[in-house]
Design a protein around this ligand. Structure first.
Ligand SMILES: Nc1ncnc2c1ncn2[C@@H]1O[C@H](COP(=O)(O)OP(=O)(O)O)[C@@H](O)[C@H]1O
Ligand SMILES: [Mg+2]
Length: 309
């Protein structure tokens, strides 16, 4: 990794120290002892963080998490990207799966190619899942998407095979390699998203402070309950409040409404609004290399996802 990439994809000693509740000097000493080497940089590589945190008694989960919401623009892609990158910085082995034909997640991770193998190639047995996995950075892999995935829904509907297993079945072959598999989805109630739900241990639904977003959430939750009973599933669902703006009444009102309506499933962390987020996803830069307040918000949410809270 280049120095620039290290800053973007590695956790700093000071962030790690704050997480463990000690000083950067102490964490450096501790890491040097555990890793039996001198640490010269102000950050640790994901594999080093993993060794240190395992030695400290932390356990990594084994989960497939999808981020879904039938409304677009609620920060699905932004949340998948930042939770995944941060989880990798904490030493988790992360696989991103982009299942939105808009391919924003793939673009943000630097994969912008209409010829790459995508999930529709797995569904149609042209490629194996292993052939679709791309290495992005240490601890970060991606199964990208492209416009070619736009026919995936039709392929599923015309299939005689068990279409609802089209995500879960191929994933079984590789899921043991990862701690966290994060699936980004298109804003739709589609056959593809039903298959994503079937493959999910956990579903995160982002909601924004606007009325339509809240209505979309309610519709999405009803749909998920139907899928849960139709397919006898056992996933947990979590609601993530995003684009919270402390200066706006609607933000406070809708956050309160979410607390009242979904107390148990509302994630403890929530994401504030910040203009830097837009720039980060467009330039493909990790938020964690900058100073955005949203960096802290996604840090908290990522720890919640990892069970490191
Ligand atoms: N916390 C935030 N503050 C400000 N803008 C945000 C935030 N999160 C996401 N955005 C912006 O909102 C837009 C939609 O986000 P995106 O993640 O693409 O949503 P989705 O995947 O649900 O369509 C993007 O322009 C993104 O940069
Ligand atoms: Mg998106």
């Amino acid at each position: 990794m280049s120095e620039l990439a290290q800053q973007e994809f590695c956790i700093t000693l000071s962030d790690l120290a704050a997480f463990i509740g000690t000083t950067p000097v102490n964490i450096k000493k501790k890491a040097e002892k555990i890793l039996s080497k001198k640490i010269k940089s102000p950050w640790l590589l994901p594999e080093e963080v993993r060794t240190v945190l395992l030695a400290e008694g932390y356990k990594y989960p084994q989960k497939v998490i999808s981020v879904q919401m039938l409304k677009g623009g609620v920060a699905k892609t932004t949340s998948v990207l930042n939770m995944g990158l941060r989880a990798a910085m904490y030493g988790a082995r992360v696989l991103f799966i982009d299942l939105d034909q808009q391919a924003n997640l793939s673009f943000a991770l630097g994969v912008e190619d209409e010829e790459v193998p995508v999930w529709v190639d797995i569904a149609e047995k042209r490629k194996s899942i292993e052939e679709c996995v791309r290495f992005i950075e240490p601890h970060v892999d991606l199964i990208p998407s492209s416009l070619n995935n736009s026919v995936l829904d039709r392929v599923l509907m015309n299939s005689n095979r068990n279409w609802a297993q089209v995500i879960k079945a191929p994933l079984e072959k590789i899921r043991h390699r990862y701690d966290l598999i994060l699936i980004d989805t298109a804003p739709a109630l589609s056959a593809v998203n039903t298959a994503v739900t079937v493959a999910s241990d956990e579903i995160i639904l982002p909601v924004n402070p606007d009325k339509f977003s809240f209505l979309g959430l309610q519709k999405n939750l009803t749909e998920l309950e139907d899928i849960k009973s139709d397919f006898s599933l056992d996933f947990t669902r979590k609601i993530l409040f995003t684009k919270f703006d402390g200066r706006e009444n609607t933000s406070h009102e809708l956050l309160q409404k979410c607390i009242d309506s979904f107390e148990d499933s509302l994630m403890k962390g929530y994401i504030r609004t910040s203009s830097e987020v837009k720039n980060s996803i467009r330039s493909g830069k990790s938020l964690f290399a900058g100073k955005s307040p949203v960096k802290e918000d996604y840090d908290i949410v990522t720890r919640e996802v990892l069970g490191f809270a």
